[in-house]
Design a protein around this ligand. Structure first.
Ligand code: FE
Ligand code: FE
Ligand code: ZN
Length: 276
């Protein structure tokens, strides 16, 4: 059985979130480390975290996949804003250290006219400054749709960030909507896409997936998520994803436009596609 879940709010505490996940059939989940469109982070509750960690273990959950704020742009052209983003990243990673063994994923950033090379250097510099040696959480770069000046819209840019950081413990989260919008044909040939991922990045770096259908055609560079089966990817693409041997055991997170009942239905659908 794969680790499948969705984005959940942790405002009621982690313990409550684990229970909610179980109620909708999830055995992993994602959460925003702070307001997704802002920068405010909630205070930590060590007791809640300790209880949640033991629940996760006991209930057989896969790694959680925290998500950094969408507004955190590590390669914005404005020096002050860039410094602030780097501080947000450092603060997020400090907080995430209380959830060892789990994942922290973020959008690499948009270079806003500075150029890809400059952007990649700035992202790598922020990561090098924020990641302590022996950091207990795996940090993940998300594959992006290549919207606007987004970095990470192809596997080579992700590879360039990994090279610039030079740490073996930096991983990647593959978003099905984003790679499709970026131009990779995961509908006709998931295998070829994963082979290219392996050749350029290395499958050993692939730690988690975001499962989203796409409202747009391949290569559109749009990044608009659709419910599973209601976009250009279609249900059969997700059957291939949940059953691909190279993706076994990697947490798969839905980021589809749904409330809890919709997520519960999509998790059930994905589980029904799994071949045992
Ligand atoms: Fe994302
Ligand atoms: Fe995503
Ligand atoms: Zn997206």
């Amino acid at each position: 059985m794969q680790y499948i879940g969705c984005h959940l709010s942790t405002t009621g505490g982690y313990r409550k979130t684990v229970r909610t996940a179980q109620q909708i059939g999830a055995n992993t989940f994602a959460f925003f480390t702070r307001n997704p469109r802002g920068s405010k982070a909630k205070p930590e509750d060590p007791e809640d975290i300790a209880a949640a960690l033991s629940m996760l273990k006991q209930e057989g959950f896969g790694p959680l996949v925290a998500h950094g704020s969408y507004t955190m742009n590590l390669c914005t052209a404005d020096g002050e804003a860039r410094k602030f983003a780097a501080e947000i990243l450092a603060d997020d990673l400090r907080r995430m250290a209380s959830l060892p063994g789990n994942f922290y994923n973020f959008h690499p950033g948009s270079h806003v006219g500075q150029g890809t090379e400059v952007g990649i250097t700035q992202i790598a510099d922020a990561l090098k400054a924020a990641m302590a040696p022996d950091y207990p959480v795996t940090v993940l770069l998300e594959t992006m749709a290549g919207k606007g000046s987004e970095i990470g819209g192809n596997f080579h840019q992700i590879r360039a960030i990994l090279d610039a950081v030079g740490r073996e413990d930096l991983g990647v989260c593959l978003d099905t909507c984003h790679v499709w919008d970026a131009g990779y044909d995961i509908v006709e040939n998931l295998n070829a896409c994963l082979q290219e991922f392996d050749a350029v990045i290395g499958l050993n770096r692939l730690k988690a997936l975001h499962l989203n259908d796409s409202l747009n055609v391949r290569g559109s560079h749009k990044d608009r998520h659709a419910k599973i089966g209601q976009g250009h990817l279609g249900v059969e693409s997700f059957r291939a994803v949940v059953n691909h041997p190279a993706l076994k055991g990697k947490p798969m997170i839905l980021e589809t436009p749904n409330e809890l009942p919709g997520y519960a239905a999509e998790i059930a659908l994905l589980r029904s596609l799994e071949e045992h």
